[in-house]
Design a protein around this ligand. Structure first.
Ligand SMILES: [Zn+2]
Length: 224
């Protein structure tokens, strides 16, 4: 019988491959991880595109100590990013880092990604923070992102990409899809005129809907 951890690794790999097919990452770019019940994160390996990976390739690292547990592969170079987010957000069980083209385009010209449609508010809230450009793979970058994500589930990395977290794998992934969709819609709307942004009251009214609470609960519990 497959262990619960192996089932989650299979789902993470499936989602990671889908991310590559959808163009949210190109080649070996981007990285994904899950955290298990023993406080070990399983992160995608360095240099292997998701479509060439197997579930045995995820590299285990202790979240509290940052120590690599024996592995034949090198972990993704973005280990500090994942570790610092898990340490700052004990509620996160999955982290997705991608390079979505519309998100990067808007970040490069300093256009904040704001809520233009209800699903954006449901999955990302009202604010998507952005960090300034810093060299990838550094502790400095991880620290900036972890600080911004103390109370929100996503962050844009200027001229680089985005990070989303979730209680479940599907929640983290849906958030990345909605973020890129939000950036794409905003990009197109700006070509036509000045878009109308959902107000605080409109956002709150969406969050208060019983059906949205239900949909969010389903997504949070989707790994179980
Ligand atoms: Zn990156």
């Amino acid at each position: 019988m497959k262990s619960q951890l192996n089932k989650r690794k299979e789902l993470l790999l499936e989602v990671s491959k889908q991310m590559q097919q959808e163009g949210l990452v190109i080649g070996p770019g981007g990285n994904t991880s899950i955290k298990d019940e023993a406080g070990i994160m399983w992160i995608s390996p360095s240099g292997i595109p998701f479509i060439e990976m197997s579930i045995d390739d995820f590299v285990p690292i202790n979240v509290a100590t940052g120590k690599l547990i024996d592995s034949r592969l090198m972990p993704s170079s973005e280990v500090p990013l994942h570790l610092l987010i898990y340490q700052a957000r004990p509620d996160a069980n999955c982290i997705i880092h991608a390079h979505p083209s519309y998100v990067i385009s808007l970040s490069a010209v300093d256009i904040p990604i704001v809520p233009l449609f209800p699903d954006f508010v449901v999955y990302l809230g009202e604010v998507v923070p952005q960090i300034p450009y810093v060299t990838p793979c550094t502790e400095e970058m991880g620290r900036l992102v972890a600080d911004k994500m103390e109370e929100v589930p996503s962050c844009v990395l200027k001229n680089h990409g985005a990070v989303t977290i979730g209680t479940s794998i599907k929640e983290a992934y849906t958030r990345m899809q909605v973020l890129e969709s939000g950036a794409k819609i905003l990009f197109r709307a700006k070509l036509l005129g000045e878009p109308r942004v959902l107000s605080k009251q409109e956002a709150q009214a969406i969050l208060d809907l019983d059906i949205e609470q239900y949909r969010k609960k389903l997504l949070r519990e989707s790994d179980e």
